[in-house]
Structure formats: C-alpha cells, structure tokens
Write a protein that binds this ligand. Sequence first.
Ligand code: FMN
Length: 305
Amino acid sequence: MGVNSNSQIPSLSRLAEAMKKDNGKAILQLAHGGRESAYSQNNDYQAIAPSKMDFPWLDYDVKEMTNDDINKIIDDFATATQRAIDAGFDGVEIHNGNHDLLQQFFSAFSNQRIDKWGGSLSNRMELPLAVLKAIRAVIDDNKQADFILGWRISPEEIHGENIGYKVDEMLAQAKKAVEIGIDYLNVSLTGLQYNYAAMPQGYNESFAELFDKISGEAPVFIGSQIHTVADGMAALDNAEGVYIAREALIDPEFTAKVIDKKEDEIVTTMTFERLKEIGLSDGLLKTYATLTDWAKAILLKGLKY
Ligand SMILES: Cc1cc2nc3c(=O)[nH]c(=O)nc-3n(C[C@H](O)[C@H](O)[C@H](O)COP(=O)(O)O)c2cc1C
C-alpha cells in the first residue's frame, strides 16, 4: 500500500470512502521508511538514509542521500498530500517517528552528515520541518481549511549507549512544528517498552503531559497497551485523545462497542484463530505467523496466542 503514484488514487478513494461511511475521519499516514525499506530494497529499489552506516540488523547496504535526493523527498511528501486530498481524505498524518526516514534525520546516531541537514539540533530538525512546511503549503494552496494535519513523533530515541535524541530535543522540535501549524500531536510509544503513562528517565511527568505543555491548541494523542475502556480512560488523564493499534486488530469493533456501551463484549485476547476470524488476508496472516521473536513480543506481549 502506498501513495507514491497517481495510479493509486482510485483505490485510495475507495478506502477513504469506506473509512468515512459511518462518520469516521479518514486520515492517511505519510511515511518514508528510509533505511528500513526492506520491501523496496527487495523490489529493485535502493534503500536510502541520511548517512551510509553499517546497521547490523539490516542485511543490505544503504545509500547516503544526496542534496537532490533530500529535496526530492520534500517534493514527494507534498505530492503525496495532493494525492490524499484528491482521493478524498480528511487529513494526513506525517510519520516523523518509529525510526522512519524523518526520525533518522533527527537522530544524532543515524544522521552523521556535516552539511546543513546534519550536526546541530537545528540542522537535524531541518528535513522534518521542511516536509511539514511543504505539506502545510499544499493544504493552504488547496484552500482546504478543514483538512487535518497530524504530526506523529517518537518522543525519544535511546538504545543503551546509542542515543539518537532525548525528550528535551524532541520537545524543541515539536514546539517548532506547532508554530508552523499542526492540528494534533501524536506521541508514539512502542508497545513493548512503554505504555501510555510512561515517563522519560529523570522526569516526574509523563511524555503526554510534557508534550501537552508545548502543544498550544493542538490536542495531544497518546497510546500503547490500551485494550480496555479503563485503559483508555486512564490514558485520557494525560492527553486529549488516545490511539489504539494492536487492539484495533484484535477487535476491529472496539470503537463501536465503546460507543454502544457494550464494553463487556470487547475481545482483548489475540489467538491465531482470532486472526483468521477477523479476516486478515493470507499474506498478512503469514506475516504474523512468521514473525521474529522480537516482533512477536511487540505485537502480542501480554496476550495469549
Ligand atoms: C504490526 C504493526 C504495524 C505498525 N505500523 C505502524 C505504522 O505504520 N505507523 C505507525 O505510526 N505506527 C505503527 N505501529 C505502531 C503502533 O501504532 C503503536 O504505536 C504500537 O503498536 C503501540 O500501541 P498498541 O499497544 O495499541 O499496539 C505498528 C505496530 C504494529 C504492531
């Protein structure tokens, strides 16, 4: 699935229409995997990254991006936004977290460039913010005042000795994003390491509370490990909105059951039978069935399977 070609607009339109059918909002996440582009790499493309490094968990080499490559990425995000508008989406969410390309540029670990796109904190935020500005301009040019622009972030990147950035640096980046103009700030927490109430080391406030302080009018969404209404209500102590990921796969009717006050009918346990029941395609089912132990832990932690 992608938004990298005009030929995808008809099928994306069908998706947007289905998502909006029962008054939902259809927001398309725009992501570039950068070095984490195994699918493209295996399909005649070259994975690109801010810096050419040896990443031990990748079984392919990455290409260091040229200045032209970087400018093309900014244009591509803008073009993808135009396609989302043309396909009838209510908004786009820029994926600036989860180790995707924009985070790779913000990370002092994976961005070792010595040009204007790397080095200082302000240089490392240059590409994510340039992408945000380009997308804002497309929305404004289309006179789409109600079109929603979300900004998804990973609040810190700390892997033992390898520190990409700490929360204070991401707070500085998010402040700039708020100034440029975002409609919500989506704080991504990975299901294994953190839950919705997690606090950065050395702080007495949760990630959600810290980002709420700098987000101005933009609501903060938080998530991770939300499987019940009680979890969701607890998360709302810290943020204005919650997101659910794995629970949406386990029980696609989660939201409908919350609205209809059928909370006791919510399924919170994933089994392989359940995977088949909810109708995941064979391909996706195989992906789940062949997950690495690490991915299984992320996906199914605390859940029976
Ligand atoms: C199979 C899988 C795919 C995911 N894909 C994305 C993605 O494309 N974009 C994104 O922002 N987060 C993605 N995530 C992360 C989730 O959005 C979420 O942050 C994480 O799973 C923790 O929330 P949860 O406990 O509700 O699952 C993915 C997670 C899983 C398990």
